[in-house]
Design a protein around this ligand. Sequence first.
Ligand code: ATP
Ligand code: MG
Length: 311
Amino acid sequence: METSVKAEKLQKRFDKFTAVDSISFEVEKGEIYGFLGANGAGKTTTIRMLCGLLEPTSGDAIVAGYSIKKQPEEVKKRLGYMSQKFSLYPILTVEENISFYGGIYGLTDEEIKKRLPEVCEAVGLNGLEKRLAGDMPGGLKQRIALACAIAHGPEIVFLDEPTAGVDPLLRRRFWEIIDSLAFSGVTVFVTTHYMDEVENCHRIAIMHSGRIISEGTIPELKKAAFVNHLLEVETDSPVRAFELLSEAKDSIGETSVHGAMLHVVPKDPATAAAVDRMLSAAGIAHTRPEQVEPTMEDVFVRLVKREEGKI
Ligand SMILES: Nc1ncnc2c1ncn2[C@@H]1O[C@H](COP(=O)(O)OP(=O)(O)OP(=O)(O)O)[C@@H](O)[C@H]1O
Ligand SMILES: [Mg+2]
């Protein structure tokens, strides 16, 4: 497999504060690689270093075959970047925005003319080329920004929270576009803090306080977080049930609340029966505890707690 991005001990300090703490990882060509992390985890700082826009304090990364430290200009030519707070020109049309950004990335007028229909087709904007960008709904603005980032045919695209604030249907459509982009051989590096969204990534790095605390496919991450299945119980008094089960943490294991559902990380095979007994004894109506697969939210919370030494 061909490597698109190889980061080695990449670090960024702002004065005494370490925003990105010696992270190493590799992304293969055509892969959708996700960075999942809470606010301030260091996702944007990492992306800006990989794009050659921010110099690392130490460490290096090879992006599209070039060192971000020694050849940032070569790197920039080969990638597309959709920033977290991307800006389009509202008084320009869709195709004028794409042409403008294509020009910044070095395309000639001739090349832009040739690329425009392909790019609009790729992101599902055909028929909307003459519309003003400012008049487009949020989800479509996202697609225009993506079109601007891929107009010059980059080998790698860096998308920093591309679907923030977009409704679920348009988010789904956006991921279909990302999928076909990756299928055509473009490497996609994407950040998000939507837990469900990482299901669209081939591999994921979970970032916390500047460090990668776990990395792998979804099944690999689930395995890293949980040895056993989780137990799920539904109740109409989730808060009372949570308090009760939390008090028995040492004998049954950790409990968390998800709406009307409780998830218990079982201590042993007897936990299901113990949970059932405790809730019944307290007169709390509930379903039978069932084994379920952990969600990505369960995985994220558990890995972060483990990192912080809370479990
Ligand atoms: N130029 C800067 N000077 C000082 N501190 C900075 C600078 N840029 C980022 N930071 C700090 O570095 C940390 C990581 O920021 P970063 O923007 O990379 O996080 P993020 O994971 O992208 O968060 P979000 O999900 O909110 O976008 C934060 O604590 C932030 O305040
Ligand atoms: Mg960010």
